[in-house]
Design a binder for this molecule. Sequence first.
Ligand code: 13P
Ligand code: SF4
Length: 301
Amino acid sequence: MNYIDEIKKLKKEKNAIILTHCYQSVELDEISDYVGDSFYLSKKAREADADIIVFAGVHFMAQSAKLLNPNKKVLLPNLNSGCFMADMIGVKELRQFRMQHPNVPAVCYINSTAEVKTECDICCTSSNAVDVVKSLGAKEILFLPDAYLGKWVEKKLNDVRVITYNGFCPTHLKIRVEDIENARKVYPHTKILAHPECHTEVSKLADFVGSTKEIMAYAAKSLDKQFVIATEKGVVDRLKRDYPQKEFILIRDDIVCQNMKWNSLEDVYNALRNEEHEINIKKDIFDNAKKCIDKMIEVCK
Ligand code: 13P
Ligand code: SF4
């Protein structure tokens, strides 16, 4: 079966759109309406007037789309698509963390479950974390689940103490200081661009640290012809495709988020045909989780 043609037909028939994160397999781009990072896709989900949103990403992203546009049917093509980092904190752990630091506002990374969002003050993505934390005007904040993004925000802001939970991304933490040092030896004149989920010691050695979108924008604008990329492989695949005159080197071959690679063309086809797997969020969680994510949109309009 030609899945691409069939998916395109089904999209029309069912008035559906497909949102695709740039860590997904690059072959999905051909059937996608929008491809980008978490914040970009959150905004596209919120604006969508289609009846169905197929989210080619991981579970928390599809949940966020449902929170942002509750009247749409949101489908996640493959239910295995979780996020290890999001699963590192549940409500019980969050309550303990908050109890240790009473009256300190809590910022959650969008890489968290809807349940966790119900008990946080505001959420953020990697591309707006600094602005979101700044918007609180607080001297100290709690940041969860990602310790490294939290510490990176603290460094950018100087005057805010960021108390971090001990979550992390196993994919980005594979990148070691030695990988950066080796890349420097092999490509001494090449800029190294890293995601803030990387270990603090890795970020310190990079030439530029930014979200997925910022890394892609940097590489697009720069006059340099070669870049070492310290983030997920999907970013490098898209940069290679979009800027064939430049060279992009993935810092290590194994910087691949397996969770992001579950959704295949066949899964997307089945999702549309059978309208599976629909994201539903329990009523008692919905309203407070929505408030948390709506606040982010309000601050970062
Ligand atoms: P972005 O916010 O850059 O899309 O990153 C999402 C993510 O899961 C990074 O690991
Ligand atoms: Fe989660 Fe890391 Fe995969 Fe992003 S790259 S979805 S943080 S496991």
